[in-house]
Design a protein around this ligand. Structure first.
Ligand code: C2E
Ligand code: MG
Ligand code: MG
Ligand code: MG
Length: 290
Protein backbone atom coordinates (compact mmCIF):
# COMPACT_ATOMS: atom_id res chain seq x y z
CA UNK A 1 0.00 0.00 0.00
CA UNK A 2 1.06 3.59 -0.50
CA UNK A 3 3.18 4.66 2.41
CA UNK A 4 5.81 7.22 3.11
CA UNK A 5 8.25 7.75 5.91
CA UNK A 6 9.91 10.77 7.37
CA UNK A 7 13.28 10.69 9.01
CA UNK A 8 13.18 12.49 12.30
CA UNK A 9 15.72 15.23 13.01
CA UNK A 10 19.00 13.87 14.26
CA UNK A 11 17.73 10.37 14.97
CA UNK A 12 17.61 7.09 13.21
CA UNK A 13 13.95 6.44 13.96
CA UNK A 14 11.36 6.54 11.26
CA UNK A 15 7.80 7.69 11.58
CA UNK A 16 5.64 5.81 9.16
CA UNK A 17 2.17 6.97 8.21
CA UNK A 18 -0.24 5.05 6.13
CA UNK A 19 -1.76 7.43 3.62
CA UNK A 20 -5.37 7.02 4.83
CA UNK A 21 -4.27 7.90 8.33
CA UNK A 22 -2.41 10.92 7.01
CA UNK A 23 -5.52 12.02 5.13
CA UNK A 24 -7.57 11.68 8.28
CA UNK A 25 -5.14 13.94 10.07
CA UNK A 26 -5.25 16.53 7.28
CA UNK A 27 -9.07 16.45 7.35
CA UNK A 28 -9.09 16.84 11.07
CA UNK A 29 -6.77 19.84 11.05
CA UNK A 30 -8.76 21.46 8.24
CA UNK A 31 -12.10 20.92 9.99
CA UNK A 32 -10.76 22.21 13.29
CA UNK A 33 -9.64 25.41 11.57
CA UNK A 34 -12.78 25.80 9.47
CA UNK A 35 -14.98 25.38 12.53
CA UNK A 36 -13.83 28.80 13.74
CA UNK A 37 -15.47 30.45 10.71
CA UNK A 38 -18.39 28.11 10.12
CA UNK A 39 -20.99 30.30 11.82
CA UNK A 40 -19.98 33.57 10.14
CA UNK A 41 -19.88 31.77 6.78
CA UNK A 42 -23.47 30.67 7.32
CA UNK A 43 -22.58 26.97 7.23
CA UNK A 44 -24.17 26.13 10.58
CA UNK A 45 -27.84 25.48 11.10
CA UNK A 46 -29.90 24.27 14.01
CA UNK A 47 -32.36 21.50 13.22
CA UNK A 48 -35.23 20.50 15.47
CA UNK A 49 -36.58 17.07 16.39
CA UNK A 50 -40.05 16.81 17.89
CA UNK A 51 -40.76 15.35 21.31
CA UNK A 52 -44.27 14.11 22.03
CA UNK A 53 -46.02 13.30 25.27
CA UNK A 54 -47.22 9.72 25.42
CA UNK A 55 -50.36 10.28 27.47
CA UNK A 56 -52.20 12.17 24.76
CA UNK A 57 -49.81 12.34 21.84
CA UNK A 58 -49.18 16.04 22.06
CA UNK A 59 -46.24 17.91 20.57
CA UNK A 60 -44.46 19.26 23.65
CA UNK A 61 -41.15 20.56 22.35
CA UNK A 62 -38.04 19.98 20.29
CA UNK A 63 -34.44 18.95 20.71
CA UNK A 64 -32.06 21.37 18.97
CA UNK A 65 -29.46 19.48 16.90
CA UNK A 66 -26.61 21.31 15.21
CA UNK A 67 -25.85 20.74 11.53
CA UNK A 68 -22.72 21.75 9.62
CA UNK A 69 -22.81 22.04 5.84
CA UNK A 70 -19.14 22.58 4.95
CA UNK A 71 -18.72 24.53 1.70
CA UNK A 72 -16.31 21.99 0.17
CA UNK A 73 -16.77 18.82 2.17
CA UNK A 74 -20.55 18.84 2.50
CA UNK A 75 -22.45 17.67 5.54
CA UNK A 76 -20.25 16.89 8.55
CA UNK A 77 -21.75 14.82 11.36
CA UNK A 78 -21.91 16.32 14.88
CA UNK A 79 -20.33 13.05 16.03
CA UNK A 80 -17.26 14.20 14.10
CA UNK A 81 -17.20 17.96 14.66
CA UNK A 82 -18.54 18.38 18.22
CA UNK A 83 -15.52 16.56 19.73
CA UNK A 84 -13.25 18.79 17.60
CA UNK A 85 -14.96 21.94 18.83
CA UNK A 86 -14.60 20.57 22.37
CA UNK A 87 -10.90 20.00 21.77
CA UNK A 88 -10.19 23.51 20.44
CA UNK A 89 -12.45 25.24 22.95
CA UNK A 90 -14.52 26.61 20.10
CA UNK A 91 -17.56 24.81 21.52
CA UNK A 92 -18.15 27.70 23.92
CA UNK A 93 -18.78 30.19 21.13
CA UNK A 94 -20.74 27.63 19.13
CA UNK A 95 -22.80 26.77 22.20
CA UNK A 96 -23.77 30.39 22.77
CA UNK A 97 -24.89 30.65 19.15
CA UNK A 98 -26.91 27.40 19.29
CA UNK A 99 -28.63 28.62 22.45
CA UNK A 100 -29.54 31.95 20.85
CA UNK A 101 -30.77 30.38 17.62
CA UNK A 102 -32.81 27.80 19.52
CA UNK A 103 -34.43 30.42 21.75
CA UNK A 104 -35.15 32.71 18.81
CA UNK A 105 -37.07 29.96 17.00
CA UNK A 106 -38.91 28.59 20.01
CA UNK A 107 -39.96 32.12 20.98
CA UNK A 108 -41.39 32.62 17.52
CA UNK A 109 -43.27 29.29 17.56
CA UNK A 110 -44.59 29.83 21.08
CA UNK A 111 -46.03 33.21 20.16
CA UNK A 112 -47.51 32.02 16.86
CA UNK A 113 -48.60 28.46 17.51
CA UNK A 114 -48.35 26.93 20.94
CA UNK A 115 -47.36 28.80 24.08
CA UNK A 116 -45.95 25.86 26.05
CA UNK A 117 -43.42 24.50 23.57
CA UNK A 118 -39.86 24.09 24.86
CA UNK A 119 -36.51 23.62 23.21
CA UNK A 120 -33.94 21.19 24.65
CA UNK A 121 -30.37 22.29 23.96
CA UNK A 122 -27.34 20.02 24.31
CA UNK A 123 -24.63 21.32 26.61
CA UNK A 124 -20.99 20.28 26.27
CA UNK A 125 -18.56 19.66 29.14
CA UNK A 126 -16.63 22.87 28.39
CA UNK A 127 -19.78 24.95 28.67
CA UNK A 128 -20.63 23.36 32.01
CA UNK A 129 -17.15 24.23 33.22
CA UNK A 130 -17.64 27.90 32.32
CA UNK A 131 -18.03 29.70 35.65
CA UNK A 132 -20.78 32.05 34.57
CA UNK A 133 -22.67 29.50 32.47
CA UNK A 134 -25.89 29.90 34.47
CA UNK A 135 -25.69 33.67 33.97
CA UNK A 136 -25.18 33.19 30.23
CA UNK A 137 -28.31 31.07 30.16
CA UNK A 138 -30.28 33.59 32.21
CA UNK A 139 -29.14 36.46 29.96
CA UNK A 140 -29.98 34.55 26.79
CA UNK A 141 -33.49 33.87 28.11
CA UNK A 142 -34.03 37.49 29.05
CA UNK A 143 -32.72 38.77 25.68
CA UNK A 144 -35.17 36.40 24.00
CA UNK A 145 -37.95 37.54 26.33
CA UNK A 146 -38.69 33.96 27.35
CA UNK A 147 -39.58 32.27 30.66
CA UNK A 148 -37.20 29.58 31.90
CA UNK A 149 -39.79 26.89 31.13
CA UNK A 150 -39.13 27.43 27.40
CA UNK A 151 -35.68 25.89 27.78
CA UNK A 152 -34.38 22.49 28.81
CA UNK A 153 -30.68 21.64 28.91
CA UNK A 154 -29.28 18.19 28.13
CA UNK A 155 -26.12 17.03 29.87
CA UNK A 156 -24.42 13.64 29.87
CA UNK A 157 -23.78 11.30 32.77
CA UNK A 158 -20.02 11.77 32.61
CA UNK A 159 -20.48 15.53 32.98
CA UNK A 160 -22.39 14.95 36.20
CA UNK A 161 -19.35 13.18 37.63
CA UNK A 162 -17.27 16.38 37.51
CA UNK A 163 -16.82 18.00 40.90
CA UNK A 164 -18.02 21.38 39.62
CA UNK A 165 -21.24 19.96 38.20
CA UNK A 166 -23.33 20.03 41.35
CA UNK A 167 -22.93 23.78 41.90
CA UNK A 168 -23.58 24.50 38.24
CA UNK A 169 -26.70 22.32 38.13
CA UNK A 170 -28.06 24.01 41.24
CA UNK A 171 -27.54 27.44 39.66
CA UNK A 172 -29.34 26.35 36.48
CA UNK A 173 -32.17 24.76 38.43
CA UNK A 174 -32.53 27.97 40.45
CA UNK A 175 -33.30 29.73 37.16
CA UNK A 176 -36.16 27.29 36.61
CA UNK A 177 -34.52 25.62 33.62
CA UNK A 178 -35.03 21.86 33.52
CA UNK A 179 -32.04 19.59 33.16
CA UNK A 180 -32.15 16.24 31.38
CA UNK A 181 -29.54 13.51 31.58
CA UNK A 182 -28.88 12.59 27.96
CA UNK A 183 -27.97 9.10 26.71
CA UNK A 184 -28.89 7.71 30.12
CA UNK A 185 -27.58 4.19 30.57
CA UNK A 186 -24.52 4.48 28.35
CA UNK A 187 -22.18 6.14 30.85
CA UNK A 188 -21.37 5.28 34.42
CA UNK A 189 -25.00 4.55 35.17
CA UNK A 190 -24.49 5.00 38.84
CA UNK A 191 -27.98 5.43 40.16
CA UNK A 192 -26.85 6.63 43.58
CA UNK A 193 -26.12 10.18 42.45
CA UNK A 194 -29.56 10.72 40.93
CA UNK A 195 -31.55 11.69 44.05
CA UNK A 196 -29.18 14.48 45.06
CA UNK A 197 -28.65 16.08 41.66
CA UNK A 198 -30.82 18.89 40.35
CA UNK A 199 -32.02 16.99 37.30
CA UNK A 200 -35.66 16.59 36.34
CA UNK A 201 -35.52 14.28 33.33
CA UNK A 202 -33.72 11.19 32.08
CA UNK A 203 -33.47 10.51 28.37
CA UNK A 204 -33.06 6.78 27.93
CA UNK A 205 -30.51 6.07 25.24
CA UNK A 206 -31.69 4.37 22.11
CA UNK A 207 -29.51 1.32 22.81
CA UNK A 208 -32.09 0.61 25.56
CA UNK A 209 -34.86 0.78 23.02
CA UNK A 210 -33.37 -1.82 20.69
CA UNK A 211 -35.59 -4.90 20.75
CA UNK A 212 -37.96 -3.38 23.27
CA UNK A 213 -41.38 -4.84 22.57
CA UNK A 214 -39.90 -7.96 20.98
CA UNK A 215 -37.21 -9.23 23.37
CA UNK A 216 -38.79 -10.13 26.72
CA UNK A 217 -35.75 -9.45 28.92
CA UNK A 218 -34.99 -6.12 27.29
CA UNK A 219 -38.61 -5.11 27.66
CA UNK A 220 -38.58 -6.04 31.36
CA UNK A 221 -35.36 -4.10 31.88
CA UNK A 222 -36.87 -1.08 30.20
CA UNK A 223 -39.93 -1.25 32.43
CA UNK A 224 -37.78 -1.51 35.54
CA UNK A 225 -35.77 1.56 34.59
CA UNK A 226 -38.91 3.60 33.96
CA UNK A 227 -40.30 2.59 37.37
CA UNK A 228 -37.00 3.41 39.08
CA UNK A 229 -36.89 6.85 37.44
CA UNK A 230 -40.50 7.55 38.40
CA UNK A 231 -39.74 6.57 41.99
CA UNK A 232 -37.19 9.38 41.95
CA UNK A 233 -39.78 11.75 40.46
CA UNK A 234 -37.92 11.97 37.18
CA UNK A 235 -39.61 12.51 33.83
CA UNK A 236 -38.66 9.73 31.39
CA UNK A 237 -38.06 10.43 27.71
CA UNK A 238 -37.23 7.60 25.32
CA UNK A 239 -34.97 8.46 22.39
CA UNK A 240 -34.60 6.65 19.09
CA UNK A 241 -38.15 5.39 18.63
CA UNK A 242 -38.10 3.93 15.13
CA UNK A 243 -41.12 1.65 14.94
CA UNK A 244 -44.70 1.40 16.14
CA UNK A 245 -43.97 -1.65 18.28
CA UNK A 246 -41.42 0.25 20.36
CA UNK A 247 -43.82 3.16 20.69
CA UNK A 248 -46.68 0.98 21.90
CA UNK A 249 -44.42 -0.81 24.33
CA UNK A 250 -42.89 2.29 25.96
CA UNK A 251 -46.33 3.77 26.24
CA UNK A 252 -47.63 0.75 28.08
CA UNK A 253 -44.72 1.11 30.51
CA UNK A 254 -45.81 4.69 31.27
CA UNK A 255 -42.80 6.34 29.73
CA UNK A 256 -43.64 10.08 29.61
CA UNK A 257 -42.37 11.28 26.26
CA UNK A 258 -40.77 10.02 23.08
CA UNK A 259 -38.45 11.18 20.36
CA UNK A 260 -37.35 9.29 17.25
CA UNK A 261 -37.45 8.90 13.49
CA UNK A 262 -40.91 7.30 13.67
CA UNK A 263 -42.34 10.58 14.99
CA UNK A 264 -40.09 13.04 13.20
CA UNK A 265 -36.53 13.33 11.93
CA UNK A 266 -34.53 16.38 12.97
CA UNK A 267 -35.75 19.04 10.50
CA UNK A 268 -34.89 22.64 9.64
CA UNK A 269 -36.85 25.50 11.23
CA UNK A 270 -38.69 26.23 7.96
CA UNK A 271 -40.05 22.68 7.89
CA UNK A 272 -41.12 22.90 11.54
CA UNK A 273 -43.08 26.00 10.63
CA UNK A 274 -44.80 24.29 7.69
CA UNK A 275 -45.79 21.42 9.98
CA UNK A 276 -47.05 23.79 12.66
CA UNK A 277 -49.22 25.36 9.94
CA UNK A 278 -50.61 22.00 8.78
CA UNK A 279 -50.28 18.56 10.39
CA UNK A 280 -49.09 19.79 13.78
CA UNK A 281 -51.53 22.67 13.82
CA UNK A 282 -53.55 21.59 16.87
CA UNK A 283 -50.45 20.19 18.60
CA UNK A 284 -51.99 16.74 18.69
CA UNK A 285 -50.08 13.96 17.02
CA UNK A 286 -52.52 11.32 18.20
CA UNK A 287 -52.46 9.67 14.79
CA UNK A 288 -49.11 8.14 15.72
CA UNK A 289 -50.56 6.54 18.83
CA UNK A 290 -53.34 4.53 17.22
P1 C2E B 1 -27.92 13.37 21.25
O1 C2E B 1 -28.02 14.64 22.02
O2 C2E B 1 -28.10 12.11 22.00
O3 C2E B 1 -28.97 13.50 20.07
C1 C2E B 1 -29.74 12.44 19.57
C2 C2E B 1 -29.13 11.88 18.31
O4 C2E B 1 -29.88 10.75 17.88
C3 C2E B 1 -29.13 12.87 17.14
O5 C2E B 1 -27.99 12.62 16.34
C4 C2E B 1 -30.41 12.45 16.40
O6 C2E B 1 -30.40 12.83 15.04
C5 C2E B 1 -30.34 10.96 16.58
N1 C2E B 1 -31.67 10.31 16.47
C6 C2E B 1 -32.88 10.82 16.81
N2 C2E B 1 -33.87 9.92 16.62
C7 C2E B 1 -33.28 8.80 16.13
C8 C2E B 1 -33.79 7.51 15.73
O7 C2E B 1 -34.98 7.21 15.76
N3 C2E B 1 -32.86 6.61 15.28
C9 C2E B 1 -31.52 6.90 15.22
N4 C2E B 1 -30.70 5.97 14.76
N5 C2E B 1 -31.01 8.11 15.61
C10 C2E B 1 -31.87 9.05 16.07
P2 C2E B 1 -27.12 13.81 15.73
O8 C2E B 1 -28.00 14.93 15.34
O9 C2E B 1 -26.19 13.20 14.73
O10 C2E B 1 -26.27 14.31 16.98
C11 C2E B 1 -25.31 13.47 17.58
C12 C2E B 1 -24.84 14.03 18.90
O11 C2E B 1 -24.11 15.25 18.68
C13 C2E B 1 -25.97 14.43 19.86
O12 C2E B 1 -26.47 13.29 20.51
C14 C2E B 1 -25.24 15.38 20.77
O13 C2E B 1 -24.50 14.67 21.73
C15 C2E B 1 -24.28 16.06 19.81
N6 C2E B 1 -24.82 17.38 19.42
C16 C2E B 1 -25.69 17.70 18.43
N7 C2E B 1 -25.96 19.03 18.42
C17 C2E B 1 -25.25 19.57 19.45
C18 C2E B 1 -25.09 20.90 19.98
O14 C2E B 1 -25.70 21.88 19.54
N8 C2E B 1 -24.24 21.04 21.05
C19 C2E B 1 -23.57 19.99 21.61
N9 C2E B 1 -22.76 20.20 22.64
N10 C2E B 1 -23.69 18.73 21.15
C20 C2E B 1 -24.53 18.52 20.09
MG1 MG C 1 -29.35 15.34 23.32
MG1 MG D 1 -29.21 11.39 23.42
MG1 MG E 1 -25.86 10.95 21.93
Amino acid sequence: SAMYSAKQKGGNQFVVFEIPQHEKLVRRVQLEQDLFHAIERGEMKVHFQAQISLDEGRLIGFEALLRWQHQELGNISPAEFIPMAEYTGNIRAIGVWVLEESLRHIGDWRSRYSTNLFVAVNVSPQQMETNNFAEQVRDALSRAGLPSSALHLEVTESMLMQSSAEVQLDAIQALGVRIAIDDFGTGYSSLSYLPRLAVSTVKLDRTFLEDVGTDERKTQLFGAIVRMAHTLNLVVVAEGIEDACQLECIRSYRCDAAQGYLLSRPIPAETVEQLLETEWRDGLLSAVLV
